[in-house]
Design a binder for this molecule. Structure first.
Ligand code: SAH
Length: 221
């Protein structure tokens, strides 16, 4: 009950911050963010802030999730690829908007946790994969929409290549350090890519290679 009131307050705040897409707002309303935060942060699940999750990663700020989802312009028939599953929250929001979401994470522990949460939230249209998301998911390409939730110094070529050449949209934080990142939106038509910088953000870095159980990063074959 208290969480419901907090959720309504968050939705109103997102509206005031300029999130006007009602499909995006109702997707956020439908996803129980309290399932996706760490147990010790449940009380802050509907605060408009990023929160720490396992492995030194973060669940993104609701405003940034809403903004990126709106910028991605997901259609009901879109094939959507997310890089950086993390808590699974962004994937869960996307899953409300289209038939199927594909998501890639480099930490097995985070991926397993996210899968449990999808189950608990009765979300059945997310397909997960352990791997280096900078390589995309070549076997399943092309994707109509690709969203990256970790910052890259440059847009990975593989992701541009795996974008549908008929109005495919890629939304990604780009920048080398946490002070100078921007959300960039790229739209592909044929072999031409139009690029637009949207808002400044702070994301954890996109790191190459999957993480083995002993936590040493290894490059993928
Ligand atoms: N979308 C997530 C945000 C998690 S933070 C959420 O809603 O909670 C970014 C995530 O990207 C982290 O879990 C990190 O492990 C992952 N990541 C970083 N580099 C990656 C890579 N090369 N491939 C796949 N995942 C990556």
């Amino acid at each position: 009950m208290i969480q419901d009131a907090r959720k309504i307050r968050l939705i109103m705040e997102l509206r005031q911050q300029g999130i006007a897409d009602t499909r995006v707002l109702s997707a956020i309303e439908r996803v129980p963010r309290e399932l996706f935060v760490s147990p010790s942060f449940v009380d802050q699940a509907y605060e408009n802030t990023a929160l720490p999750i396992e492995e030194g990663q973060t669940i993104s700020q609701p405003y940034v999730v809403a903004f990126m989802t709106q910028a991605l312009d997901v259609k009901p028939r879109s094939r959507v690829l997310e890089i950086g599953t993390g808590s699974g929250y962004q994937a869960a929001v996307l899953a409300q908007l289209c038939r199927r979401v594909f998501t890639v994470e480099r930490f097995r522990s985070l991926l397993r946790h996210a899968e449990e949460k999808f189950k608990n939230a009765r979300i059945n249209n997310i397909v997960t994969r352990l791997g280096d998301g900078a390589q995309g998911w070549p076997d399943l390409a092309p994707f109509d929409r690709i969203i990256v939730t970790a910052a890259a110094p440059e847009v990975p070529e593989a992701l541009k290549e795996q974008l549908s050449d008929n109005g495919g949209v890629l939304v990604i934080p780009v920048g080398r350090d946490s002070q100078a990142q921007q959300i960039v939106r790229i739209v592909r038509n044929g072999d031409s890519y139009s690029t637009e910088a949207l808002i400044p953000v702070r994301f954890v870095p996109l790191i190459s290679g999957v993480v083995r159980e002993n936590s040493a990063a290894v490059s993928q074959k």
